[in-house]
Design a binder for this molecule. Structure first.
Ligand code: ZN
Length: 557
């Protein structure tokens, strides 16, 4: 029976789609998930803005919104720079010691975490941790305690995986990753008694990005011949994940509360680009330089060809002397964002790339941007309202469809200490559109077929939340559940008080009313008491290996 010391197993399926899970569970293809749904609750879980793994998993771990913990993407947002991000890759040192694992541990609960994204480098917890993606191949700080690493095989993506785009090889590697992680997690569960155990499988997300076009006959680059070979890869990965769920359930006590969740959902990739800068140019808010544009313009075709073909670009970059490094990163942001073509002295607003379906627009503010021209205060506010107004009525000139689902002032979508990192306006695209980088010409264009072959699945705002356990109700889940609510809810299931600085709420609707009546939600002022974390960032080499991996997966340019 669940008492003051509940146990909780959390199984994360990165990008796990509520629609696919529901459909395949109903068809009998995912028997273990079907049983959990049948005996527990099934519902949607709202992701973060943008719905990208870095922001969402850190929100999951900390129970804080991105505006509070400061991680919005794999790179740090920085609206004071025209490049929009700084060069660093985010890592666990930004939040280590302040997660639900640390809270539970400080109350004497034993915790285990296997391959939760952004947990590299690992830090001391009351239990064990295996770092999640992205991690460098080097073994430093891959597990806590370090000896654990000697017992476990390779649980992260093989570097061959990043080199090869051969679909059969990728499909095999995805299945291997699920199987090996499940075995490692099961071995840990059988050799220790954890009160809270979290394991995340990343293969579901990767499969959807790469194989959606084979699976979905309606997708523009669907090819029936290829679909014969690869049309079932997504299902096969979900079935392997379902088997993993079954194996993990066998290894935990019957009275364990089980959550199966995802950081965001999935669907077909957009087929139309909305070029925010081209639109701002048309509206007279962004001005291009005269006289042929950027002085670096001639390097772009060469640079792009080099970047697309040469597999070890990061390793070359790493060995460059500092002065060439600065030049290379200028060439890179010029080629990717076209910022060398912008006449900053006459530009009032420009695009801030986020992650589909979310985009940003930044006001070129005096005193904030290097060449800012818009006065802070009333002028800034009027400009933002005007841009939001125009965006909300915007339609695709070719199809007449609305391009934008909603546009927000940043403070209407985010709060917290890191609000200054968010672009002034946040735009959520309509289904079928994603941000493009053109500065001029039509502001909506078709995404080239080559691109739609490379990446055909994309993220959706709604992930999944399945809950099962002795205190969990049966039926539909909590209609308003958000990923920020999970840390408080998991602590509640463990019988641990919820720190008041967590933004999320306990999802009491998942639990039997009688249980909630007997167990009122308890909030405490917890500030990391009893948790020692050593501040150690990434070495330059680790960072460069990670950056290369993220680029190959399409998460950074
Ligand atoms: Zn993804």
């Amino acid at each position: 029976m669940v008492g003051e010391n509940g146990r909780c197993l959390v199984i994360g399926l990165d990008g796990g789609s509520p629609d696919l899970i529901r459909r395949w569970a109903d068809e009998g293809k995912l028997p273990n998930l079907a049983r959990l749904i049948e005996e527990g609750t099934f519902g949607h879980l709202r992701s973060t803005y943008p719905p990208i793994s870095a922001a969402a998993w850190v929100t999951f771990l900390t129970g804080q919104e991105p505006g509070q913990h400061g991680i919005f993407d794999f790179r740090n947002y920085d609206p004071t720079r025209y490049t929009c991000t700084d060069e660093a890759i985010v890592n666990s040192t930004a939040f280590a010691g302040r997660t639900m694992l640390d809270v539970a541990g400080s109350y004497g609960r034993r915790v285990g975490a296997v391959t939760v994204p952004i947990t590299y480098p690992t830090w001391p917890v009351n239990g064990a941790m295996v770092a999640g993606y992205p991690t460098p191949d080097a073994k430093r700080a891959f597990t806590y305690p370090p000896e654990l690493g000697d017992r476990l095989g390779s649980l992260t993506e093989d570097s061959a995986f990043f080199r090869s785009r051969a679909p059969d090889e990728v499909a095999r590697e995805l299945i291997r990753l699920v199987r090996d992680r499940a075995e490692a997690a099961r071995w840990m569960l059988e050799n220790d008694a954890y009160d809270l155990f979290v394991v995340v499988f990343g293969a579901t997300d990767r499969a959807q990005h790469d194989f959606w076009r084979h699976f979905d006959p309606g997708f523009p680059t669907h090819d029936p011949a290829e679909a014969d070979r690869f049309g079932s890869v997504i299902l096969e990965v979900y079935q392997e994940a379902d088997r993993a769920v079954g194996r993990l359930l066998e290894a935990v006590p019957e009275e364990t509360t089980v959550l199966v969740m995802s950081d965001h959902g999935a669907g077909p990739r957009a087929t139309r680009y909305f070029h925010l800068n081209a639109w701002l140019t048309q509206e007279g808010l962004l001005q291009m330089r005269g006289g042929g544009g950027s002085p670096l313009r001639w390097t772009r075709p060469l640079y792009r060809a080099f970047k697309a073909r040469f597999p070890y670009q990061e390793q070359v970059y790493r060995r460059l002397p500092a002065v060439l490094k600065r030049w290379a990163s200028r060439v890179d942001s010029d080629a990717e964002l076209g910022i060398g073509d912008v006449d900053w002295g006459r530009t009032v607003a420009y695009r801030f790339p986020m992650y589909p379906p979310v985009e940003g627009i930044v006001v070129n503010l005096r005193g904030r941007q290097p060449e800012g021209i818009v006065e802070p205060g009333a002028g800034y506010e009027r400009l933002r309202d005007e841009i939001i107004d125009r965006l909300q009525g915007l339609t695709d000139p070719e199809t007449g469809e609305p391009v934008v689902e909603a546009a927000f002032r940043r403070e209407d979508l985010y709060r917290g200490d890191h609000l200054e990192r968010v672009p002034d306006i946040v735009v959520v695209m309509s289904e079928g559109y994603e941000g493009g980088s053109a500065l001029s010409g039509p502001f909506v264009t078709s995404i080239p077929e080559d691109d739609l072959r490379r990446l055909s699945g994309a993220h959706r705002m709604d992930g999944v939340l399945i809950a099962h356990g002795p205190a969990i109700r049966r039926g539909e889940g909590d209609g308003g559940a958000r990923i920020v609510d999970l840390a408080p809810t998991i602590l509640y299931a463990l019988g641990v008080p919820v720190p008041s600085r967590m933004d999320g709420r306990v999802l009491v609707d998942l639990f039997e009313p009688g249980y909630v009546a007997d167990h009122p939600v308890e909030r405490v002022a917890w500030r990391g008491e009893g948790v020692e974390v050593e501040e150690s960032g990434l070495s330059e080499e680790e960072e460069s290996v990670i950056r290369e991996k993220l680029r190959r997966l399409g998460y950074i340019e």
